[in-house]
Ligand binder design. Structure first.
Ligand code: ZN
Ligand code: ZN
Length: 331
């Protein structure tokens, strides 16, 4: 399925200058939900137990093993050959550490706060037990729905200037590897929190086992690997590295016009935003003009300074970034 690339729609000048201020609102909302979650978990005296359980699901040994295996595969079958300790990988590895140490606890608090507010204000969304539906079906539907919600979140990250500011860091990587999965602004992670809704709505009929969440998390890491794998017929169902690389293409003229899927490609197909790789050399990735500071710029920028500058970028004025929004106008 092909798409037609159209020019980006620029946000009005006034709106552009206010984007960084709107990013502060996202930070405020995140802090509020985290506070609600923290208060609840502290009162239940279960704070560290819940965070540890989250960490073992989202950044536990299984994920580390998959990441290491993919790093080995990248050395054996690289889409783009590069040293194992390339600057890009060192920076993205630091994002993995940030994810495991700080983002997972933050996300746990935010998700807890989000769930509490949903049950408090829109409790009708939380369904009772569906006794006629087998548990395995409920779990499968929940996982597919979570993937669909992640797709919606990703689309929103490209559609709205405020969210794009946070998502641009992920797209700034010019040397992708499996570690690029974690090259994400902490506040951008928070934009995917509504993906917990399916589990919240259907939880009474069957909670998703931790093992299934771990497998889903491992499948999410595969698309960023520096591999030109298209996965054969399976690549028509799940997101392959070559498929997702097209989403990161530098030379489309606008950001992220196609291939928004996390694990399943069906959402892109339904929205006519799927573009399957045809083979050939891998496309260049990154953002033209480098509006987000990147580790490849200059001679030898201090990597810690680069990371700090990247994390601060969403709060700064940058009309180049704001002009690179995904347009409504594609077919
Ligand atoms: Zn990506
Ligand atoms: Zn994207």
């Amino acid at each position: 399925m092909q798409t037609t690339v159209t020019r980006p729609v620029l946000a009005p000048a006034g709106a552009r200058t206010a984007v960084w201020a709107a990013v502060l609102s996202v930070a405020g909302l995140t802090a509020w939900l985290a506070t609600v979650g923290l208060t609840d978990l502290l009162s239940a005296r279960d704070l560290w137990g819940v965070i540890d359980a989250s960490r073992s699901r989202l950044a536990g040994p299984a994920l580390v093993v998959v990441v290491v295996l993919l790093l080995v595969a990248e050395q054996r079958w690289p889409a783009v050959r590069r040293p194992l300790l390339a600057r890009a990988q060192l920076v993205d590895a630091s994002y993995f550490v940030l994810f495991a140490v700080a983002v997972v606890p933050l996300l746990t608090l935010v998700e807890t706060g989000f769930s509490i507010e949903i049950e408090r204000h829109v409790s009708f969304l939380v369904l009772g037990r569906l006794s006629l539906v087998p548990r395995t079906v409920v779990v499968a539907v929940t996982l597919v729905a979570i993937d669909g919600m992640n797709w919606c979140g990703h689309i929103a990250n490209h559609r709205f200037a405020t969210l794009w500011r946070l998502h641009a860091l992920h797209h700034s990587q010019e040397d992708m590897s499996v570690l690029t999965t974690f090259r994400t602004h902490p506040l951008a992670h928070a934009t995917y929190v509504p993906a917990v809704l399916p589990a919240l709505m259907l939880g009474a009929s069957g909670a998703v086992p931790a093992g299934a969440i771990i497998v889903y998390g491992c499948l999410v890491t595969l698309p960023h690997a520096n591999l030109n794998w298209r996965l054969g017929p399976l690549g028509r169902v799940i997101v392959s590295p070559a498929y997702h690389r097209l989403h990161h293409a530098r030379d489309l003229g606008e950001r992220g016009t196609v291939n928004f899927g996390f694990v399943l490609v069906v959402w892109d197909q339904l929205a006519r935003r799927a573009e399957f790789p045809l083979g050939g050399p891998p496309v260049l990735t990154g953002i033209a003009g480098r509006p987000v500071p990147v580790e490849q710029a200059g001679r030898m920028p201090h990597l810690a300074r680069v990371v700090v500058a990247q994390l601060a970028q969403p709060f700064r004025r940058c009309s180049t970034l704001d002009g690179l929004l995904t347009t409504e106008g594609r077919r």
